[in-house]
Design a protein around this ligand. Structure first.
Ligand code: C2E
Ligand code: MG
Ligand code: MG
Length: 746
């Protein structure tokens, strides 16, 4: 800084003074100027006094050595008369000469630097006239949008002259400002965030740590020496080099400031995360002499960040990797397979069977718990190098990172299926679930992870379609099959446009009166090429795509008209039952829709019955009770379909305003051979009666089944034993032939 210049100059001048008396005389003039301002000892002052009268303009200006010295002195030296007239002017060679007007000699100093500065000089000259003491003024000049700061010192020399030394303080001011700014910044952040402060003297190497800095690491104010080593040795071994490098690159000027996050060891041995910020300060020569900054404890923030990072890549419920992380690992595998032709890996796409039923009937909490348990089972079934991820819902996916052959993948699938099939105990009850798995290997020429995933999904879908609870390896035929599904969707949309549907009817026979009391309306799709398509093959797709809504309205309209015709045609005792799927039932406004159709078709509401499955009814019990009550108010009857396959309890049923319970076909199917099915059926009949409901048995195919049901007091039956679902003409003929009375029932 400025003082360094003085020292340097002093040293040089002294050298000359001591070494050579001849030079002394030569330099007297110049020395007088310099000493006057900066030399403080009596000896020096004496010299100044003596030199004042001998100083000569020529001596100063023409001596080359003096020129050199002046050049070393970065400021301007001006000799003026007491009036302010400039008699001599030396400007620095390397400094901003442009700041001084040209041909300044002969002009008045008060006029040379503009009005504002001129006024200051004038005042200074006046002051000197009064006191004869050194006068200092400060000012700045703006040039090219930059501000340059100057300090001018004026002193009388001889009787008639004044020596002016102008110093450029710009660098110093800028440095001070930067330092002040940084200090302010750190003082501020320290107050706000409870930061620790540090201040490192780069000249003598000592460092100051604030008490907060120490406290952060568990130390008392009196602990730790003022040495940078105290800092370095507490930095986590993995971060030490990075830290030193950051400090170095800031000191070398590669970074505008120091800012680094790393771990430091606390006194108690644990590691905390800290953020260190700092700024190095240089003097006007560019020498760094100090570095100071703050230290913040960011451990908590790091934990939150870590959590967020984890959350972004993991499933919240099961904590398994999520799709994003899985895809990333899959990509790595694909890359590896490109480099190494022998590297074989596989994807297993796992979907739980009938998970929806569990979720809907037992509630989401139990459903969630089941998913967590399944995720544990999956993790236990694979190796550490493999990845199991949750894609969402009840879909899981496994990446088998390196396998021998397809058989190995198949073997792992069997193991997975076996553990999943073991019951899990949740909330005091055993829950049984199975899964379907699709496998795909990287043998096909697929480069994209999405394609592999799609194929595994297709294979899984296939496994599901083939009866669930098993696994299936993807092959090209499956791709075709998936394409077919896509075509089916296109076809279904067209079918809705053209209403290529037909309603079939299947009789339900009352076992007390032996009469057909109801016809169940069952939908068929008359596909132009494929012929008759059954609900199982298109209702799920219609549900998925929402096409079930227009289809359902069409069915309802058809059914109402048919009911009116049969009522008019003399079959007064025959109602019609119509099925509703989840989407239709959940969509608001079902009672209103039915009311509209009833009004439009003129049908009597009491001749209609709606069937919803047990799992739909249990999904949102409140909504079910409300909707069913409204339908009931319209005068309709209500049946719970496919009873016994879900998880609902009889206890729940009493809240529903229902009339009939339909025992699912799967129980009837195994009668009379299966003891369990018989026992369950018997129990369901008596429990239904206990609730004052009528019970209908579905899927009665044999005389034995009928006899068993009759013996056990079943109210009515439906099944191939009486009739298959029939088109309306046949159904009408059936009613005519049997006059609403079943011969077989008797
Ligand atoms: P669901 O309501 O339980 O209908 C009874 C199913 O059992 C019918 O199958 C019927 O043909 C079949 N079935 C009846 N008796 C026997 C028998 O003795 N043996 C055997 N093996 N099967 C028998 P379908 O017509 O294929 O209908 C399947 C399901 O599609 C229905 O089950 C119902 O849930 C749904 N569905 C049918 N029509 C409609 C509709 O218009 N709208 C909605 N949303 N779903 C419908
Ligand atoms: Mg039904
Ligand atoms: Mg059924």
């Amino acid at each position: 800084m400025a003082d360094d210049y003085h020292k340097l100059l002093k040293r040089q001048i002294r050298k000359h003074l001591n070494g050579n008396s001849e030079i002394v005389s030569k330099y007297e003039g110049f020395l007088s100027a310099v000493n006057l301002t900066y030399f403080q000892t009596d000896e020096e002052r004496e010299l100044i006094e003596r030199s004042l009268d001998i100083s000569s303009r020529e001596l100063l200006a023409k001596n080359a050595e003096i020129e050199t010295m002046i050049a070393l002195f970065p400021d301007a030296i001006i000799r003026i008369k007491r009036t302010g007239e400039i008699i001599e002017f030396h400007e620095p060679v390397i400094r901003e000469e442009f700041l001084y007007p040209e041909d300044i000699v002969g002009s008045y100093i008060q006029d040379s630097f503009g009005d504002f500065i001129g006024k200051k000089y004038k005042e200074a000259i006046d002051e000197l006239g009064k006191t004869n003491k050194l006068v200092t003024i400060e000012y700045w000049i703006e040039q090219n949008d930059k501000r340059f700061y100057f300090e001018a010192r004026l002193q009388v020399i001889g009787q008639k002259q004044i020596l002016v030394v102008i110093r450029n303080f710009t660098d110093h001011i800028r440095t001070m400002e930067a330092l002040r700014r940084s200090e302010q910044r750190y003082a501020l952040s320290a107050a706000g965030a409870n930061d620790g402060l540090w201040d490192w003297d780069l000249i003598n190497g000592s460092i100051y740590f604030s008490s907060r800095w120490k406290a952060m690491l568990g130390y008392e104010e009196t602990e730790l020496r003022n040495s940078i080593e105290e800092w370095y040795r507490r930095i986590h071994p993995h971060h030490k080099e990075r830290f030193k490098k950051a400090v170095r690159s800031h000191q070398e000027g590669s970074t505008p400031h120091l800012e680094i996050e790393y771990q430091m060891q606390h006194k108690n041995g644990s590691y905390i995360w800290v953020l260190t910020r700092g700024l190095a300060v240089s003097d006007s020569m560019g020498n760094m002499y100090r570095m100071a900054g703050s230290q913040t404890d960011i451990t908590r923030q790091k934990i939150v960040e870590e959590q967020l990072r984890h959350d972004a890549l993991h499933d919240r419920l099961t904590a398994l990797p999520n799709r994003a992380l899985f895809m990333n690992r899959l990509e790595n595998c694909i890359e590896r397979a490109k480099r190494n032709k022998d590297f074989l890996f596989a994807i297993l796409f796992i979907d739980l069977d009938r998970f929806k039923v569990v979720n809907d009937s037992l509630g989401h909490l139990i459903g969630d718990e089941l998913l967590v348990k399944v995720s544990h089972k999956l993790k236990q079934s694979i190796r550490a190098v493999d990845t199991v991820a949750r894609l969402g819902g009840d879909e899981f996916i496994v990446l088998l990172d390196g396998i021998k052959d397809a058989a190995e993948a198949s073997h792992i699938c069997e193991r997975i299926l076996k553990t999943i099939a073991e019951p899990v105990m949740i909330g005091g009850q055993d829950i049984y679930i199975t899964a379907s798995i699709g496998i795909t290997l990287n043998t096909e020429l697929r480069q994209k992870p999405e394609d592999m995933l799609r194929d595994a999904d297709t294979a899984m879908y296939r496994a599901k379609n083939e009866g669930k609870a098993h696994h299936q390896l993807f092959d090209e035929k499956m791709h075709q099959w998936a394409m077919d599904r896509l075509h089916l969707e296109t076809d279904l949309r067209r079918a809705v446009d053209k209403m290529e549907f037909e309603v079939y009817y299947q009789p339900i026979v009352d076992l007390h009166s032996n009469k057909v009391i109801r016809m169940e309306a069952l939908l068929r799709w008359q596909h132009p090429e494929r012929g008759l398509v059954y609900p199982m093959d298109f209702i799920p797709l219609a549900e998925e795509t929402g096409l079930i809504i227009p289809i359902g309205e069409w069915v309802l309209d058809k059914v109402c008209r048919q009911s009116r015709q049969w009522q008019k045609g003399g079959f007064e005792g025959v109602d019609i039952a119509v099925n509703f799927s989840a989407r239709q039932f959940e969509q608001g406004g079902l009672p209103e829709l039915i009311q509209d159709v009833i009004a439009k078709t003129g049908v009597e509401a009491f001749t209609l019955e709606i069937e919803i499955t047990e799992s739909i009814a249990m999904k949102n019990i409140e909504h079910s009770i409300r909707t069913l009550s409204e339908l009931k108010e319209l005068g309709m009857k209500i049946a719970i379909d496919d009873f016994g396959v879900g998880y609902s309890s009889f206890g729940c049923l009493k809240f529903f305003p229902i009339d009939h319970l339909k025992i699912d076909r799967t129980f009837i199917r195994d009668i009379p051979d299966n003891k369990d099915s018989k026992a369950i059926t018997r129990a369901m009949i008596s429990l239904t009666h206990a609730l004052d409901l009528h019970v209908v048995a579905e899927g009665v195919e044999t005389a034995e089944q009928l006899a068993f049901l009759k013996d056990n007091g079943c109210d009515s039956v439906q099944g191939y034993f009486f009739a298959k679902p029939m088109p309306v003409s046949e159904a009408t003929k059936f009613l005519e032939d049997f006059g609403g009375e079943s011969k077989k029932g008797g």
